[in-house]
Design a protein. Structure first.
Length: 75
């Protein structure tokens, strides 16, 4: 990806995906992507990602990001 082009993120309230990639999750959690990778590696963070088999990718649950940020929807 061309890093000279600013990345835009869907507002979390309008996000329809169930999981976000590490960069998107880091943006909303106001953390560096490497911090989230460390959380995944050492299992020390408030959210546990889903690992993609055969790949080094991580997917972070949007519901858990909302929970950590205090944006849960009452049910």
């Amino acid at each position: 990806r061309d890093r000279s082009i600013p990345r835009t993120f869907t507002p979390l309230a309008l996000e329809t995906r169930t999981h976000l990639e590490t960069e998107g999750a880091a943006h909303w959690l106001n953390k560096a992507p490497q911090t989230l990778r460390a959380w995944a590696c050492f299992e020390t963070g408030p959210i546990r990602p889903h690992r993609i088999p055969g790949c080094s990718g991580l997917l972070w649950p949007v519901a858990e990001i909302r929970r950590v940020l205090g944006l849960e929807v009452a049910q």
